[in-house]
Design a protein around this ligand. Structure first.
Ligand SMILES: O=C(O)[C@H]1O[C@H](OP(=O)(O)OP(=O)(O)OC[C@H]2O[C@@H](n3ccc(=O)[nH]c3=O)[C@H](O)[C@@H]2O)[C@H](O)[C@@H](O)[C@@H]1O
Length: 437
């Protein structure tokens, strides 16, 4: 410090005052100069940082926009063509609907889209092709749909801009909302994905529907799991549903309440369908009948859960074709939404139906049927059901659906699994009588 002071203030007496004063002036001047330089530099840095940040956010927003796999005139033309009903004019079944099917590359979504298309309705699908299970199966379903003239948009129901655009391009008469994070036990591994799809995604979709003009009627997939720990059988729509056993069930129950709100405030026509363990060709690999088939064919063991006191678990397994009839019956009988411009103009229908088979089968029985159709014995590990969100049994009362939708399931588990096994063997390239079977 001393050295520095001596350097700055030479010690010659007499000169000191003047020189010191001059030096001080120079010093002050230098100091000011360096402070203002620093200030300018700081200002410059702040300006640079701000412009960098705003550039980044511009890049983010625009990359979202430009990287989007949707939009453009060709895309809109595809959407319009896919949404156009193709029933002959004057047809007994009316003019035909334009249905937006969410989760169209999913199991139930694919079957419903095909059935709608085959009878002449217009269908546009949306699916995010997530990797909850093998996306190549979803892509194969999309190819199947494309070969029947059904276009599936790759996008997420959480994307409000995309949904608004779709409603801009097509005045959909109906929305069949099947996109969801499914699976009961996976909710313990990835709870956020259930909130993302089944709650946030649902609200985004309902917002788009309530803003649309005309508002569509909505039919959507709830779940038998909402009955949770209810032990009054068979499960009727009037039974309590306030004891969910899994987060999955809780999000589906929340969906029933959320849709009720949109029905009440905005006049959206709502039909919620409680599906009971749907199975069949093009099914979901995460479900027991599917993963059991895979393991049995690969010679791997399967885990069979058992309830308390060695009681077998049971499900009201429902074949996909029966579910499709229930979904189409719901679309056909859904009353109109009443709102316009986000305002309710009158009361709109709010309905909930069980879509089950009404004949529960135990899980060991399911395994025996699979063994018969696969002609291979399963290696079974029987363990007590872990506390993973499972319920011991499900059993649907379907009188309401029968009465109001004409719903009448016709396929028992034996026949349904036979069809599933036939599809499985052909899809995964097994040949009967060959070495691999
Ligand atoms: O109907 C429903 O509400 C639900 O049906 C199925 O859920 P779940 O009935 O649990 O169907 P699976 O996962 O195929 O299980 C069927 C039965 O097999 C049992 N299981 C499952 C997996 C396993 O490794 N071992 C086993 O014994 C389960 O405990 C259950 O009793 C679907 O996965 C849900 O998305 C749907 O909402």
């Amino acid at each position: 410090m001393r050295v520095l002071e001596d350097d700055l203030f030479p010690s010659t007496p007499g000169k000191v005052k003047i020189e010191r004063a001059g030096a001080m002036n120079r010093q002050l001047h230098r100091c000011f100069a360096s402070t203002s330089t620093m200030f300018l530099w700081a200002l410059f840095l702040v300006a640079m940082t701000a412009s960098y940040l705003s550039f980044q956010s511009f890049v983010d927003t625009s990359s979202k926009y430009f990287a989007a796999s949707w939009g453009g005139l060709y895309w809109e033309r595809q959407i319009r063509a896919s949404a156009a009903p193709r029933r002959p004019p004057g047809s007994a079944t009316g003019a035909g609907m334009s249905v937006l099917v969410t989760g169209a590359a999913g199991f139930v979504g694919t079957h419903c889209s095909l059935a709608l298309r085959k009878r002449g309705d217009g269908v546009v699908g949306i699916d995010n092709f997530n990797s909850y299970y093998d996306p190549s199966l979803k892509k194969a379903r999309r190819s199947l749909l494309a070969s029947h003239g059904v276009f599936v948009v790759e996008g997420d129901i959480n994307d409000g801009r995309l949904l608004a655009k779709l409603f801009d391009v097509v005045p959909f008469t109906h929305v069949l909302h099947l996109a969801a994070q499914a699976g009961v036990r996976y909710a313990m591994e990835n709870p956020a994905s259930y909130v993302h799809s089944n709650i946030a995604g649902l609200v985004t979709l309902l917002e788009a529907c309530k803003d649309a003009d005309p508002q569509p009627a909505i039919v959507w997939a709830s779940s038998s799991s909402v009955y949770g720990l209810n032990d009054k059988v068979p499960f009727s729509e009037r039974d309590r549903t306030d004891q969910p056993a899994s987060l999955y069930a809780a999000t589906k129950k929340a969906g029933e309440e959320i849709t009720h709100t949109y029905n009440h405030i905005y006049g959206l026509s709502i039909t919620g369908l409680r599906f009971f363990t749907v199975y069949g060709p093009w099914g979901r690999p995460d479900m027991a009948y599917f993963s059991f088939t895979r393991n049995i064919l690969q010679g791997k063991p399967i885990t069979v859960y058992r309830g308390k006191n060695h009681v077998d678990l049971a499900r009201d397994f429902t074949y996909i074709d029966d579910i499709v009839k229930g979904c189409l019956g719901s679309l056909d009988t859904a009353g109109k939404s009443t709102g316009t411009g986000g305002k309710k103009r009158g009361p709109a229908p709010y309905r909930i139906f069980n879509l089950g088979n009404t004949s529960p089968v135990t899980v060991p029985n399911l395994v025996s049927i699979l063994e018969k159709h696969l002609r291979v014995k399963a290696k079974k590990n029987v363990i007590e059901m872990p506390g993973n969100g499972d319920v011991p049994f499900t059993h649907a009362n379907i009188s309401l659906a029968r009465q109001q939708l004409g719903y009448k399931p016709t396929t028992n588990l034996d026949v349904g699994l036979k069809k599933f096994v036939k599809w499985y063997l052909s899809y995964y390239g097994y040949t009967r009588g060959s070495k691999n079977l």
